[in-house]
Design a protein. Structure first.
Length: 260
């Protein structure tokens, strides 16, 4: 007896096989996640971050060593801190100087009883075409201006001031359609740390669990299960979170500035 199998029957058998459904579903979910990542990462957005890191050079030594005094411009100084400052574009579009409103321009100010003695631009870490300017407008304020900053371009300055640490300085400035410039934690400069290894391990575990739950829902309940939505939503959130962390990562040239 001849057995005739129609092409449609073959296609139906393949499509209805649980493993094929699992693979198709997995591909569809991955495409959806990647779409969300591309929309989240590459949509036009303006943002910036900054870092202040100080090194105390003189700290109340005049009280500890008899006869010792430190002077600058004819004035006695009891403490002196050298602070490196970096401000860079973390967005994916060009940041312009006029993105800061007139009443909240980009500037550095000192806390009460703290004086800024001098400031210098670290030109080796900046693009000369950005037309960056840093002016000591008073002994408590530095006005910063630039024409534009492309992605990962920024401002690098070194300031000498009184006080005990870089915490005596504050950054002012609001980016229109974004908000206040955010401070970047210095510990986030390192690419590989124990915390990031643990985070990577957590991502791998979550993704493996996601695959197991997908397989369970396909092979046991025909692919119609709440197990689809839970791991997809959770893993999508992790991917979006990490994509945001990646976009904010500190440019290599500024890591070198801080010796990291």
């Amino acid at each position: 007896m001849n057995i005739i199998i129609e092409v449609d029957d073959i296609i139906g058998i393949i499509i209805n096989h649980p493993f094929v459904g699992f693979i198709i579903g997995l591909i569809g979910i991955l495409v959806g996640i990647l779409s969300l990542v591309f929309v989240f990462v590459f949509r036009p957005r303006k943002s910036a971050k900054y870092v202040l890191r100080g090194n105390s050079l003189v700290s109340k030594l005049t009280h500890k060593i008899e006869g010792l005094s430190v002077h600058f411009d004819g004035k006695n100084i009891e403490s002196l801190v050298a602070t490196k400052f970096v401000f860079w574009n973390t967005g994916n579009t060009t940041l312009h100087g006029n993105d800061f409103p007139e009443n909240d321009k980009l500037s550095i100010s000192a806390n009460e009883n703290i004086k800024i003695i001098s400031i210098s631009c670290l030109k080796d870490y900046m693009n000369s075409s950005n037309n960056i300017s840093a002016i000591l407008s008073s002994d408590t304020k530095v006005d910063i201006s630039f024409e534009y900053l492309d992605k990962k371009e920024g401002v690098a300055l070194e300031l000498f001031h009184t006080g005990s640490s870089s915490n005596d300085l504050l950054l002012n400035g609001t980016i229109m359609n974004f908000g206040k410039v955010q401070k970047h934690r210095i510990e986030d400069f390192a690419f590989f740390t124990l915390k990031k290894y643990l985070l990577l391990f957590a991502y791998v575990v979550c993704f493996a669990g996601f695959l197991l739950l997908m397989a369970y829902s396909v092979f046991t309940v025909g692919g119609h299960s709440i197990f689809h939505s839970i791991p997809v939503a959770f893993f999508s959130g992790l991917v979006l979170l990490e994509s945001n962390r990646f976009s904010n990562r500190v440019p290599l040239k500024f890591k070198k500035l801080f010796g990291i």
